[in-house]
Design a protein around this ligand. Structure first.
Ligand code: ZN
Ligand code: FE
Length: 256
């Protein structure tokens, strides 16, 4: 099996889209389609033709270009069941635990509600890649628009259970703000201090901080560390349950 070539591109104020290209079959997938021009430019730049479009959730910054990309390329569109707002143009609806094939490899679907009720993430076990949409960001997580803390904690726990050397592609460049917030709630975390320095360097150089490694997120992302004694102590929540810690973190991040 050939290695998947990956091409990440920016659109909007802080969104990332990703193209995946398999050299054996020539198949190419794009994760989300918030901006048709950005997707088509990325394809042209790489000289790839789109066979699959994988949609994470219904928000416009992930779907607004779906119709135009589909009619321009004739790609197959795979996306979530219409549990919240239906998405026009999906050919194949998939949900938690489903598996589909892309370029001769299995793609596993994780339902990760919280940001939206329909949110799905795409895990490529053989390539050790996961596309987390607006569920998990580097050192952060999505806002709870259609779910609560218990639901989102359950969702991020599904991601935590993946192999730690999985590469995590998030849909937004929110890392610098997330790092500052993480430092405010988890100031004694040495791995976080180091990552913050690295993020500042990357952003100053105009470079992306995404993708990130799950291992690094487990060490630095407060939303994956609700069971960490040091973090709990800094929140004054030593004996609280994980859901309460998660809810407190999310609330503080909303106010940050
Ligand atoms: Zn969203
Ligand atoms: Fe988004």
């Amino acid at each position: 099996m050939a290695t998947l070539q990956r091409f990440q591109f920016s659109y909007g104020s802080d969104n990332y889209g990703v193209l995946l290209h398999d050299t054996d079959t020539g198949q190419t997938a794009c994760i989300d389609a918030g901006d048709a021009d950005a997707v088509m430019n990325a394809l042209e730049q790489q000289g790839w033709s789109l066979s699959h479009l994988l949609i994470t959730h219904h928000h416009g910054d992930h779907t607004a270009g779906l119709g135009a990309v589909k009619s321009a390329t004739g790609c197959q569109v795979i996306g979530p069941h219409p549990v919240s707002q239906p998405i026009i143009g999906i050919d194949q609806h998939v949900g938690d635990g489903d598996t589909f094939q892309f370029a001769g490899r299995a793609v596993n679907v994780l339902h990760t509600p919280g940001h939206t009720a329909d949110m799905i993430n795409f895990y490529f076990p053989e390539d050790k890649l996961v596309f987390t949409g607006d569920t998990l960001f580097s050192m952060g997580c999505g806002r709870l628009f259609e779910g609560n803390a218990a639901m989102m904690l359950n969702s991020v726990n599904k991601l935590k259970a993946l192999p730690h050397d999985t590469l995590v592609y998030c849909a937004h460049e929110y890392t610098a703000t997330n790092a500052r917030f993480a430092m405010a709630v988890d100031p004694d975390n040495v791995a976080l201090q180091q990552r913050s320095v690295e993020v500042t360097r990357l952003r100053a150089a105009g470079e992306a901080t995404v993708p990130t490694l799950l291992q690094l997120e487990l060490q630095t992302n407060p939303f994956l560390r609700t069971d960490n004694p040091q973090l709990r102590q800094s929140l004054g929540m030593d004996t609280a349950d994980d859901v309460s810690v998660f809810a407190e973190l999310r609330e503080r991040r909303n106010q940050y």
